[in-house]
Design a protein around this ligand. Structure first.
Ligand SMILES: [Zn+2]
Length: 98
């Protein structure tokens, strides 16, 4: 299981309250605000809690805007290692990776 992301409502730490198996789904709970997420997830624990396409889209949009801003102010920046690193981060966000 990958590490759980912070709660989307309060940024608190979350835990798996019930590990899913063949008889029940997985439940997540925030330790700060007590919000819960009940899923039908029976394996790959952590996926449902961490899957946040809208959050990834917002981050990707911010990185894309930053890339365009820097490119417009630094003519040869697209040849730098920093540019490649930011493009790599953008591609990961667009694929839904952290
Ligand atoms: Zn919370």
């Amino acid at each position: 299981m990958s590490e759980l992301k912070a709660c989307p409502f309060c940024i608190g730490e979350a835990e798996i309250a019930v590990y899913g198996n063949t008889k029940q789904g997985t439940s997540y709970q925030c330790l700060e605000c007590s919000c819960t997420l009940e899923t039908s997830e029976t394996f790959n624990h952590g996926y449902s809690w961490n899957n946040r396409p809208y959050e990834n889209k917002l981050k990707a949009d911010a990185v894309r805007d930053e890339i365009e801003y820097i490119k417009s102010n630094r003519p040869h920046w697209h040849l730098s290692v920093e540019y490649e690193m930011m493009m790599d981060r953008l591609n990961k966000l667009e694929r839904g990776e952290k």
